[in-house]
Design a protein around this ligand. Structure first.
Ligand SMILES: Nc1nc2c(ncn2[C@@H]2O[C@H](COP(=O)(O)OP(=O)(O)OP(=O)(O)O)[C@@H](O)[C@H]2O)c(=O)[nH]1
Ligand SMILES: [Mg+2]
Length: 297
């Protein structure tokens, strides 16, 4: 019997835990079963108490103190420890039926999603047929305020693509906190950020080529004079163009929009997740389940 789940990932502060909480509330309101797994050993407060919490296995505080590690090294240590104690996950998840949506809240350290091979191993373990066999969807959150700074938006999109390629499970990318940009940017303009491509750099306000008030000779001259100039200099623009071109060529990243304060928005994302993992195909018709329960009584 398969299980169904979503792994919520993304950089620090992207809104992962808030999304997990809104998703669980939405599932509960719709009479669906959720199982909340917290894999962030640094998380302290929760809107919904986790059903399974990595802190019961290992504490980041203890690791930092005993191993003399900083928060990032400590987190990697915690994940390595988790990988050596996967029975803990098996025991926690084994009895779940296909009715449940397992919601996994991940930490925000970007190292986890880029160059350390722990996550692919964890995902392979969770999805392994014949074992836990979780049909897993990865949801990668990026904060929508990033779109104001094109360079940040492309860097974030690149990390989303890197996670996508690394994990090899159905994947959705989400621009979170849409309520923060809705009033500030026109709808038509917002639409352009659904799929990252090089055209977004053509009218980048930070691109000196596009700014009449910038002395072009100076902007493209050899050495930047200060940090701001460095972030808008010619080599930086070339780098951004290359990154944007890469994203366009791969044509893998596109974003769904999420506003956690809006129930419909959370519901729409849940529909995408359900489709990705074919959740509904595995469910018995609800009426039949209810009837059977009535007959047994
Ligand atoms: N306006 C608005 N704020 C949000 C939204 N989602 C999250 N936030 C805020 O963003 C901040 C970070 O949210 P979290 O959910 O803790 O983010 P996270 O990705 O879990 O953070 P880490 O676990 O530390 O990486 C909090 O102050 C939230 O209240 C949203 O949809 N709209
Ligand atoms: Mg969090």
């Amino acid at each position: 019997m398969s299980k169904y789940g979503v792994m919520v990932m993304g950089p620090a502060g992207a809104g992962k835990s808030t999304f997990c909480a809104s998703l669980i509330t939405h599932l509960q309101l719709n009479r669906r079963s959720a199982f909340y797994v917290n894999l962030d050993p640094a998380a302290e407060t929760f809107e919904h108490t986790p059903d399974l919490d990595i802190k019961d296995l290992i504490s980041l505080e203890d690791v930092m103190e005993e191993m003399k590690l900083g928060p990032n090294g400590g987190l990697i240590y915690c994940f390595e420890f988790l990988m050596e104690n996967l029975d803990w996950l098996t025991e926690g998840l084994d009895s779940l039926t296909e009715e449940y949506l397992i919601v996994i809240d991940m930490p925000g350290q970007i190292e986890l999603y880029t160059h350390i091979p722990i996550l692919p191993r964890l995902v392979r373990f969770l999805t392994q047929p014949g074992a836990l066999d979780v049909r897993l969807c990865a949801a990668y959150l990026l904060e929508s305020t990033f779109i104001i700074d094109r360079a940040k938006y492309f860097a974030g999109s690149l990390s989303a693509m890197s996670a996508m390629i690394m994990l090899e499970v159905p994947h959705i990318n989400i621009l979170s906190k849409m309520d923060l940009v809705k009033g500030q940017i026109k709808k038509k303009e917002l639409k352009r950020f659904i799929t990252p491509d090089t055209s977004l750099l053509e009218d980048d306000p930070a691109n000196p080529k596009k700014r009449a008030d910038v002395d072009m000779e100076a902007a493209y001259s050899a050495e930047p004079m200060n940090k701001d100039a460095m972030m808008s200099g010619a080599s930086f623009q070339r780098l951004n163009t290359a990154v944007a071109g890469l994203l366009e060529n791969f044509s893998m990243v596109s974003f769904l929009k999420l506003d956690c304060t809006d129930e419909d928005s959370v519901g729409a994302i849940l529909s995408y997740i359900d489709d990705c993992i074919q959740y509904h195909e595995a469910q018995e018709p609800r009426e039949m389940v209810d009837e059977e329960a009535d007959m047994e009584e």
